[in-house]
Design a protein around this ligand. Structure first.
Ligand SMILES: C[S@@+](CC[C@H](N)C(=O)[O-])C[C@H]1O[C@@H](n2cnc3c(N)ncnc32)[C@H](O)[C@@H]1O
Length: 446
């Protein structure tokens, strides 16, 4: 196989991962996925009645802002396609379950329209013809895995339509890059080491993710923590459809509970319980009432897309759930330039402490800025005082390396420039410059 990029310490691309390299899901896995489709359909169909009966605030319990069923984005139609429960669709779930805005089928950022991909029988051949070599995400993945320890590399399996380029036997694509980036940031902040320390002490850690997409980050963290997680995902039922199917197939040995809102006690777990709980957002208060401590809460690239009242609601609940010993990892951009939220200013109403994570192992973060929010200073929450990459020589070495990446990869330099402008300019001015740039034929890659 050709070596596409140079660099002695980089991971090597050893080939493609095509649809035909994926293992097909078994009859049993298909049967379970169809069961999830039926349960989710019931949840979505009864949502309005449930909200009225329990007198919940529709502004919080219904999908809002970018997730409103009438918003101009592909999510609703893709959900409808998946929930039909067709084998060929479920078996290639990753081609339809698109949450990062990156469409695996067209290898492009898709944020508008209602398109659902069509997968012809000769998909692999057409794809190879259209995309003959790795894209810049593969190169960026090689960069960000260069300095982190091997046991910080997340591995994704060849199943459910995960296509891309193969490195060390696993597929890599835009989404794999994106979740690795989040893992790097958590590692640099000392969170992964802290979770591992708590697992050694207690056997399991409690993680709560708000808006988990198809479960990519949940899968990555569960792998790095060897399954010792009590992992709860709170999301719109339409999205839990994808995460419950994806994680059910990729973590068959762990337990999986999809909460349908009938009996809050069914959500309770023992101290050593390991697995996933999927909580529809309208039932989140049932979970909160269990009053379980949360070691790590997570929200990435979601709060700005929600309604203001929803972010405020989550900020208030998460503050109580993490208590004095937990933290919230959050990576989001200021979305005001595209009519969405600056969620950080809302979260600041709930959390007294914030620690910005300035990436050392990532030349340019793909989107947003990462912060760890907590009720007590982060230093008092982490048992170890030593964070990865702390010494001056290593920090200087990594700064030089990041600078050299920007200078030798012009597309990264442009992304850096775009992010700098976004931080410095008012949202209105930035939106104007971006429109102008697009009109001139420019392309903003991240
Ligand atoms: C852009 S996706 C991001 C997915 C994933 N966190 C990532 O970083 O790739 C936004 C996620 O937020 C979820 N979401 C939207 N509104 C929500 C709400 N009110 N409560 C919980 N999750 C919500 C969506 O369903 C989706 O899973």
């Amino acid at each position: 196989m050709p070596e596409f990029f140079m660099g002695a310490n980089f991971m090597r691309v050893t080939g493609r991962v095509r649809l035909r390299d994926n293992r097909p899901i078994s009859d049993e896995e298909f049967r379970r996925a169809v069961g999830i489709c039926s349960a989710i359909r019931r949840l979505v169909d009864s949502r309005a009645d449930y909200i009225a009966e329990k007198r919940l605030d529709p502004e919080i319990a219904l999908p809002g802002n970018n997730w409103d069923p009438n918003a101009d984005q592909p999510f609703q139609n893709r959900y409808r396609h998946i929930v039909e429960g067709n084998y060929d669709v479920l078996n290639r779930l990753r081609l339809y379950a698109q949450f990062s805005s990156f469409d695996l089928v067209t290898q492009s950022i898709v944020t508008r329209g209602r398109e659902v991909p069509k997968i012809p029988d000769d998909f692999d051949e057409r794809f190879e013809h259209r995309f003959p070599g790795p894209d810049h995400w593969i190169e960026r993945y090689r960069m960000i895995t260069r300095f982190v320890p091997v046991d910080i590399r997340a591995r994704f399996p060849k199943v459910l339509g995960e296509i891309g380029w193969e490195m060390e036997g696993h597929p890599v694509n835009h989404d794999v890059y994106a979740y690795q980036e989040r893992v790097n940031l958590m590692y640099e902040a000392g969170l992964i080491d802290e979770l591992r320390r708590r697992i050694r002490a207690r056997g399991v850690v409690n993680i709560l993710e708000i808006g988990g997409g198809y479960g990519g980050l949940a899968h990555a963290l569960t792998g790095l923590l060897h399954g010792a997680v009590n992992y709860t995902i709170c999301d719109l039922p339409e999205s839990l459809l994808s995460s419950a199917i994806y994680l059910g197939v990729t973590h068959p040995k762990l337990r999986h509970v999809l909460y349908e809102g009938n009996d809050p006690s069914s959500l309770a777990t023992s101290e050593q319980w390991m697995g996933f709980r999927y909580i529809p957002n309208a039932f989140f208060d049932d979970f909160c009432e269990l009053d379980e401590g949360v070691d790590l809460a997570i929200n990435t690239l979601s709060f700005p897309e929600m309604a203001q009242a929803q972010v405020r609601y989550y900020g208030d609940r998460l503050k109580r759930l993490i208590g004095d010993g937990g933290a919230l990892f959050e990576q989001n951009e200021d979305g005001r330039w595209m009519g969405m939220l600056d969620c950080k200013s809302i979260l600041a109403e709930s959390f007294p402490c914030k620690r910005r994570i300035s990436p050392k192992t990532i030349p340019v973060v793909s989107k947003g800025e990462a912060d760890v929010w907590s009720n007590q200073p982060l230093d008092t929450i982490l048992a170890s005082r030593t964070l990865p990459f702390e010494g001056l020589p290593v920090r200087m070495q990594l700064s030089l390396w990041r600078l050299s990446c920007l200078m030798t990869t012009p597309s990264l330099g442009l992304i850096w420039l775009r992010q700098m402008l976004q931080r410095q300019l008012s949202p209105g001015l930035f939106a104007m410059i971006k429109r102008l740039w697009n009109r001139l034929g420019g392309r903003m890659r991240a």
